[in-house]
Design a protein around this ligand. Sequence first.
Ligand code: GCU
Length: 611
Amino acid sequence: MRKCFFAFLSYCLFAISYFATAQQEQSRLIQNVKSRLLLSLNGQWNYIVDPYEMGYYNYRHDPFENSESGKGGFYDDRQQKDKSELIEYNFDLAPTLHVPGDWNSQAEILQFYEGTIWYKRKFNVEPLGNKQYFLYFGAVNYEAHVYLNGKKLGMHKGGFTPFQFEVTNKLKPGDNVVIVKADNKRKDTEVPTINTDWWNYGGITRDVYLVTLPENYIADYKVQLKKNNLNQVEGFVQLSGKSGLQDVTITIPELKIKHTVKTDASNRAQLSIPVKAVSYWTPENPKLYDVIISSVADEVKDRVGFRTIAVNGKDILLNNKSVFLRGISMHDENPLLKGRLRSEGDMRMMLQWAKELNCNFVRLAHYTHNEDMVKLADEMGLMVWAEVPVYWTIAWENPDTYNNAKSQLTTMMERDRNKASVIVWSIGNETPLSEPRHKFMGNMAAQARSLDDTRLVAAALEVHRKDTEVIVDDPLGELIDLASFNEYGGWYWGLPPDLSRYTFKIKYNKPVVITEFGGEALAGYHADAETRWSEEFQEALYVSQLAMLSKVDALRGMTPWILVDFRSPRRQHPYYQDFWNRKGLLSNTGNKKKAFFILKDYYEKIEKQYK
Ligand code: GCU
């Protein structure tokens, strides 16, 4: 009895330290990684489909990593040396997948695949003694176990946020091999949870880099206007570990700013820089300034816009001027590829469509989108609603689930803290009311506010109806800056003509932003306005919904659902849907539906009103 108790105790201690170490291996996110010295590992990676995780567990379903030698898994990348040797896998003879890219759109057989796929990539490097090296992943959906030269670097959960591992002392001169176990299996304790209305694209979906940095490098920085202050830049510069007290300088040539401050004992320098004659960032004038952050051993260049965003009663103020958020929602998906957006071209296509709709705002739903997408929004002049996938029925009482959601929120906010386009941090979508949910979401709101007081915090609140009265009194509304909610009258309940009788009872004296409304239409299917799925029905629906919503006097924005048809495993009507959610204003082939022009015209009127 005593013997097995101690065996059990030592096992628990091992399990805790194992997860702690695996998570800990991830180093602090490198700010603006794309402006660093990079070796791109994008391209063709060999892959092995492993539905039974043969490469990770032995036949007793114990992880090979836990074995005495820690060996035995596919991460060993064993090569047959002797003709009698038994090795039941071989990466080099295996087919390849393109990285970045989901696997579902790259092989017909993988379209519906949910499980583990192993990736291998060889790369050549001559590591220099006075440099630090990091292996950086833009995103891997969902759980990634990463190995370098057969050694475990660590594990990351969350399919939409970047992570990296320091590999300085783990690189070899010459050929190195990185192996990734990517598993997109859905679980009810994860974030997102089991049920979503988007395709569960798996794989290494964003860029992979080997990042080379000086020994003492600029790890992170924030250079943004102070909350509600158009004449003060506030922020910090964080240097890496062993940098010691030193000067860091912020240079903004166009504003004739060259500001030097000393770091403190924690290698951090606080910034407080008076600025004047600034051309403030707006969608009409998306002015970005060259900003150079330099320290003794490092220099980082960035392009930063300066703007303030705030709420005042029912108004949203951009640079102290009331603004209407003429928005549209979108997924991180290229309909033409039936896959995740892979390149800047893909992303520009999506944002250009939004511009053609006369938008000045986009809701990047329901998870953190590619950093390049947000950079493009900075450049093209589109304000951004950025969201974490706390979506529908999350496991509210599970502490791991909360820590996961919190870390996704934190990473998203750290990654995009210098993006002028990002005006709203969204902590979730349509999360059902309960005490554990209120606690969870309350903590998420507090976390967001503790990390950034210069942007708005919001969520798509729960609403309920009494006949044709829409009631918005979700307690979470107290904690966020907007009365933001989804409204599907005319599609999921009632019909377009009913909407003229709808009224709204909104508890909060806050700007109202309708984060979703709309309905489906199969592009090219024409009938009368009463015939569901036809373009005419969707057109009439938009006319009625816009008329209904315009009666809300605090209406200050909207992001109709959705810019373009998108893939969803929940949409099975064989003729009208065929695994597409057809609420797009553009079809999956990029054709504009009739409703596209209804919204475009509406936004032209609004734009004139807010001139
Ligand atoms: C929901 C949800 C979306 C979904 C949409 C729909 O409100 O937030 O993710 O796609 O409605 O039903 O089309």
